[in-house]
Design a protein around this ligand. Structure first.
Ligand code: SF4
Length: 62
């Protein structure tokens, strides 16, 4: 699966890296980035949780 963050939508709340630090981190611009966009099987659940928890639906995991 692949993870993406729409930086135009992200409000930089910091939630996704706290839920799934193996996939998401905060970038220098204060927005999140999926630095590990190829989500391995063992990380799908937490990446999906981050997707569902994002307050502005900026994350796509598919
Ligand atoms: S949870 Fe959503 S709004 Fe918050 S940092 Fe992550 S992508 Fe941005």
């Amino acid at each position: 699966m692949k993870a993406y963050v729409d930086k135009d939508t992200c409000i930089g709340c910091g939630l996704c890296p706290s839920i799934c630090p193996e996939v998401f981190e905060m970038d220098d611009d204060g927005k999140a980035v999926a630095y590990n966009e190829d989500v391995s099987e063992g990380l799908v659940d937490s990446a999906k949780e981050a997707e569902e928890s994002c307050p502005v639906a900026a994350i796509t995991v598919e």
